[in-house]
Design a binder for this molecule. Structure first.
Ligand code: NDP
Length: 464
């Protein structure tokens, strides 16, 4: 070791969900751990992702609640909304969480350094803020991913991403969002709920590619009922400032949309640039993510990577699980693989989506006999409120084994429901298990255990 160098058992690059969990668990096993973060402790999820997004989602649902309350006999003064108050209260909560993350690291005995860290060689990282070199027996890369604005187009400098949207000074009365996945759909619903005119522009034929087709259809119907203008088969070709607004040109039919803000949510490529991975010999996969094996080990045996930078399943709980498994494997003497199958997930659209397992198209391709149970109904609360909305439930059952291989829910509480359904499905629940479970009445979730007749029975002949 060179003079003045520090030495640790584990150096973690990135204090987001995966890195923080790994650092704390490794320290708990007695390892000397240092973690470097160049932005804010907590990473995307806590600072500019899941957590502040959910706070905005809560805010966006109040206007409907106020309207619905009238059907239940309440007369409310016309509510007013102040974006500045929402953002400032959100900022306070995020600052509180960030401090809690830093405190928890400290309590676990992890040394936190506020600096970018880059590789000098396979065992040495340099802290850019101080120039200090740290020698590490093991290194964990947990640098996450960053929003992409896609290929350059005229006026791209006026476009914001999910990084900036959390800090807008003014509420955009009209916003155009490009993208068709989690982030674009969630923000389209947030802004529409808060009263903005929202145009959602997506290049494909329907939003949320990769989700169950019935669910995709139904969420679009519901979003359109709530005023989101969904423009499919189109892309943004130019953004031109017009005073304080923008004129946004679309590829489809010379269409132009005027907006106060233009946001793109076109995916989040892994954060690998500037780490100087070549100095350590860490290999990337064909998509530019860090290539890892089932123990999150990279091409260099003592260097590991977890979370979005590995582009496996880019969800916070997955990164946390990967970070924990890494620490158990390397410092706890318990080699642990993460099971990436049957991961429940939610889209906090309005209404929200909860989903686990295969889509109907995937299940039909995988199973020769597939029973499809589905139901769509107006939720009880909406009847008296006079709201035109529907809930949707689908269960996919492998008829040969009776196993439930997919569950898709659209409607209020879908995220909470899918977490619980996830336990049953992870345990290998059959349709008979669901049927044997007594309903909780009156709830929407009781549909999960009361669907008796398959809506479709898909049968494939055995291959000749
Ligand atoms: P995704 O990677 O999920 O999707 C990217 C979207 O942008 C797709 O609709 C894609 O279209 C479209 N797109 C990509 N490139 C272009 C282009 N050049 N022109 C036009 N459209 C393009 O991205 P997100 O940014 O929504 O989310 C990033 C990640 O964050 C996801 O992996 C998700 O797991 C995670 N996340 C999870 C949340 C949750 O759990 N609730 C919330 C927010 C994010 P196409 O479908 O045609 O490829």
């Amino acid at each position: 070791m060179a003079k003045g160098e520090r030495e640790v058992d584990l150096f973690v690059i990135g204090a987001g969900s995966g890195g923080v969990r790994a650092a704390r668990i490794a320290a708990g096993y007695g390892a000397r751990v240092m973690i470097a973060e160049e932005h804010r402790v907590g990473g995307t999820c806590v600072i500019r992702g899941c957590v502040p997004k959910k706070l905005l989602v809560y805010a966006s649902r109040f206007p409907h609640e106020f309207e619905d309350a009238e059907g239940y006999g309440f007369s409310l003064a016309t509510p007013t909304f102040d974006w500045g108050t929402l953002i400032s209260n959100k900022d306070k909560e995020i600052a509180r969480l960030e401090a809690a993350y830093a405190t928890n690291l400290e309590k676990s005995g992890v040394a936190l350094v506020k600096s970018r860290a880059v590789f000098e060689d396979a065992h040495t990282v340099r802290l850019v803020a101080t120039g200090e070199r740290v020698r590490a027996a093991n290194i964990l890369i947990a640098t996450g991913a960053s929003p992409s604005l896609g290929p350059p187009i005229p006026g791209i400098e006026h476009v914001i991403s999910s990084n900036e949207v959390f800090y807008l000074r003014e509420f955009p009365r009209r916003i155009l969002i490009q993208g068709g996945s989690y982030i674009a759909v969630e923000f389209a619903c947030i802004f529409a709920g808060l009263g903005a005119q929202v145009s959602l522009v997506y290049r494909g034929d329907n939003i949320l590619r990769g989700f169950d087709d019935d669910l995709r259809h139904q969420v679009r119907v519901e979003m359109e009922k709530r005023g989101v203008h969904v423009i499919t088969g189109s892309t943004v070709t130019a953004v031109e400032p017009m005073g304080k607004q923008f004129s946004v040109q679309l590829s489809s039919g010379g269409l132009t949309v005027t907006a106060d803000q233009v946001m793109f949510a076109l995916g989040r490529p892994p954060n690998v640039a500037g780490l100087e991975l070549d100095k350590a010999g860490v290999a990337l996969d064909g998509n530019g993510a860090i290539a890892v094996n089932e123990y999150s080990r990279t091409s260099v045996p003592h260097i590991y990577a977890v979370g979005d930078v590995t582009n496996r399943i880019n969800l916070t709980p997955v990164a946390i699980r990967e970070g924990h498994a890494f620490a158990d494997t390397v410092f706890g003497g318990k080699p642990t693989k993460v099971d990436h199958t049957n991961v429940p997930t939610a889209v906090f659209s309005e209404p929200e989506i909860g989903t686990i397992g295969l889509t109907q198209a995937q299940a039909a391709a995988q199973y020769a006999k597939l029973d499809v149970y589905k139901t769509m109904f107006r939720p009880m609360k909406a009847t008296v409120a006079g709201r035109d909305t529907t809930m949707f439930f689908k269960l996919l059952v492998d008829a040969a084994s009776d196993r439930i291989v997919g569950c898709h829910i659209l409607g209020e509480g879908a995220a909470e429901m899918i977490q619980l359904v996830g336990i049953a499905i992870k345990m290998g629940a059959t349709k008979a298990d669901f049927d044997a479970t007594m309903a909780v009445h009156p709830t929407a979730a009781e549909e999960l255990v009361t669907m008796r007749q398959p809506a479709e029975q898909l049968r494939r002949e055995a291959a000749e």
